[in-house]
Ligand binder design. Structure first.
Ligand code: TYD
Ligand code: MG
Length: 452
């Protein structure tokens, strides 16, 4: 009898080896190898030859048919790049309990009540649990088919049978294919199952949503490989204890990865937040030193967020620097610029800085927010509550121009801000309406003079 061939696969990066290794040579992870069965190459080749395609000129490819379909939630559509694309595979990652199932059930409920047929495969929750949740979310369409199944073969035949408009797999770690012996959730299972599901969704021309769990390290559990197989990777994130959730695209073959969708978790499910700035600023302590509002661009939207900091003398040893919501190096750089170019001696101070509400800010214009916040707390002078800032800070102590200036100023105006400190380069041709006063600055020193 032929011996079953097995191979050892790294569960975090997918590297393979013929013998067990304690440490992965590819990703340097310890104790990550697990035994997997190898699918017979002949069998695999036979499968992949089925329905073989032919090369054709790019101009000859038909793109007819409805390109995008709304999920039923505008914020969700925005992150997807304007709606679901037929035959596309979307991976939604996020911490357990963050609301992935809620988001999908709610969106699919809305989609189903619009007449679309949905196959919602659940491997994690019982039918009763889903029903109770659906009731709470006000989802009750007959077109939403809930299917408690974990076998890929059964799911594939149901897709054929019911011909749904959308397929949801909640979650990819719970399904398994009989071609593989290893347990559900292992890299071989996840990859093989995902491959079969994606192929079937493409054939059926239905968008496919795969829910994936995120490990402590932040990677989608086991298979990083999954991220390469799908068209779109979305992360649903938020802080525990905070009600709002951000849906962010990290890969999107059908749209921008800059867009975010903002939701608030309520008793009755997720509520779309169409004006995030208002929400992020709602608990701002006005007149407190260390609090500064920055006008930041997230995709096509401007969002006003508060940056908070505490700067206190170091009592012993090396100064501590704790940063959340912005890049650590960015904060160190700005602290150094403040020290050298504006004469604020931060070197012997602990620095704690965070973006209020759990937002993560990455664009250069946020520099000025960090700067204003640090300087304000160090000098113990509050930034005026009706002042907003933005601009990039350079190492020479200069304040550099940024993009989408009009949009940033307009958003601040809308929220009742009356003064904006911005790079001087950006002022040209800018006509703020109403009471907004613009203060253009060229250096960090000047910015601090204008601020306090
Ligand atoms: P869930 O969608 O089950 O998370 P995931 O699928 O990402 O693991 O979300 C569960 C959390 O959401 C749970 O902690 C309770 C909260 N929640 C609400 O606050 N309101 C609601 O209406 C629902 C359905 C859930
Ligand atoms: Mg879930």
């Amino acid at each position: 009898m032929a011996k079953t061939r097995t191979i050892y696969l790294c569960q975090s990066c997918g590297a393979s080896s013929h013998k067990w290794l304690g440490r992965c040579a590819e990703c340097n992870g310890w104790n990550t190898f697990a035994e997997e069965r190898v699918i017979d190459d002949k069998k695999r080749r036979a499968v992949s030859r089925e329905g073989a395609a032919r090369p054709m000129p790019v101009s000859g490819i038909s793109i007819a048919g409805p390109a995008r379909v709304s999920t039923g939630l505008i914020e969700f559509d925005r992150v997807l790049g304007g709606g679901m694309v037929a035959g596309s595979a979307v991976l939604i990652g996020g911490d357990p309990g963050i609301g992935k199932s809620t988001l999908l059930l709610q969106a699919m409920g809305a989609f189903a009540s619009g007449g679309g047929r949905v196959l919602y495969v659940t491997g994690e929750e019982s039918l009763r649990q889903i029903r109770l949740r659906a009731e709470r979310l006000g989802v009750g369409s007959e077109n939403l088919l809930v299917y408690p199944e974990t076998s890929v073969e059964a799911i594939l035949s149901s897709i054929k049978e019911f011909n749904p408009g959308v397929v949801v797999i909640d979650s990819i770690q719970t399904v398994h294919t009989s071609e593989f012996d290893s347990s559900p959730g292992s890299i071989g299972q996840v990859r093989e199952s995902a491959m079969q599901l994606i192929t079937s969704a493409k054939t059926a021309d239905a968008p496919l949503f795969l829910v994936g769990h995120v490990t402590k390290e932040g990677a989608i559990a086991g298979p990083k490989v999954l991220e390469h197989m799908v068209d779109t990777v979305l992360y649903f994130e938020g802080e525990r204890g905070h009600a709002f959730r951000i849906l962010r695209a990290v890969k999107n073959r059908y749209g921008s990865v800059m867009e975010i969708g903002v939701f608030e978790m309520k008793d009755s499910g997720l509520k779309e937040v169409t004006n995030p700035s208002e929400m992020f600023l709602s608990e701002r302590p006005e007149g407190a030193s260390g609090s500064a509002v920055v006008s930041s661009l997230e995709g096509s939207r401007t969002i006003l967020v508060e940056v908070q900091s505490l700067v206190c003398p170091t009592l012993f040893g090396v100064p501590r620097r704790t940063v959340s919501g912005v890049d650590y190096n960015k904060v160190m750089l700005i602290a150094a610029v403040l020290e050298k170019k504006a004469g604020l001696s931060l070197a012997n101070h602990d620095i704690f800085i965070k973006v209020a509400g759990g937002m993560r800010l990455e664009e250069p214009a946020v520099d000025m927010g960090v700067l204003a916040s640090l300087a304000s707390n160090f000098l113990d002078k509050p930034v005026d509550a009706k002042t907003v800032v933005f601009g990039e800070v350079g190492l020479a102590g200069e304040v550099r121009g940024v993009s989408h200036v009009e949009q940033r100023v307009r958003e601040a105006e809308k929220l009742g801000f009356i003064r904006c400190i911005l790079p001087k380069d950006n002022i040209k041709g800018l006509k703020p309406s109403g009471r907004m006063k613009l203060a253009g600055v060229t250096t960090v020193k000047e910015a601090i003079e204008r601020l306090f």
